[in-house]
Design a protein around this ligand. Structure first.
Ligand SMILES: [Zn+2]
Length: 157
């Protein structure tokens, strides 16, 4: 089964990168521990946190709650830890999910998209994806290439 995550407030930046990698990652700003654990158990999500109190909870110690205690405070090191611990593929599903909403993106026809993206982008790109929730359009621009390179490096570790 595909790994899904819930990210604690203290490691919020991880959510963006796990979503870029295409992993279903929930992040609720300011969530308290009980609710975080509740959602994780209910939806079968792995908790990512720097909070040792969560790790010492009975559900975590007994293994019913899957949780990873994040060691570093740099997001790159955090991501390396998560990818390494769960042996994730950092690129196979990359760029399939909205960075903001965590929704799977939907392929979009070129027609009807012209007004939604800058003219240069419309002229030079062929593939467009859209988030069904926030309607944000994604394409394989320079930002995409940069992030792709970052993921590639991560995968080679
Ligand atoms: Zn969105």
């Amino acid at each position: 089964m595909e790994v899904r995550f819930i990210v604690d407030t203290n490691v919020g930046k991880l959510a963006k990168w796990l979503r870029i990698m295409g992993y279903d990652t929930l992040f609720i700003n300011g969530i308290d521990d009980n609710r975080l654990i509740g959602i994780a158990l209910e939806e079968g999500r792995v908790v990512l946190t720097r909070d040792t109190h969560i790790m010492r909870r009975r559900v975590a110690v007994k293994g019913r709650l899957k949780a990873i205690l994040i060691k570093d405070d740099k997001v790159k090191e955090q991501l390396i830890q998560v990818v390494g611990t769960l042996n994730l593929d950092s690129r196979i599903r990359a760029f399939s999910r909205c960075i903001e909403c965590n929704q799977p993106l939907v392929a979009k026809e070129r027609e009807g998209i012209q007004e939604l993206v800058p003219p240069y982008v419309f002229q030079t790109q062929n593939q467009f994806m859209q988030c069904p929730t926030c309607r944000r359009i994604y394409w394989r621009g320079t930002h995409w290439s940069r992030m792709n390179l970052a993921l590639e490096k991560l995968g080679r570790k």
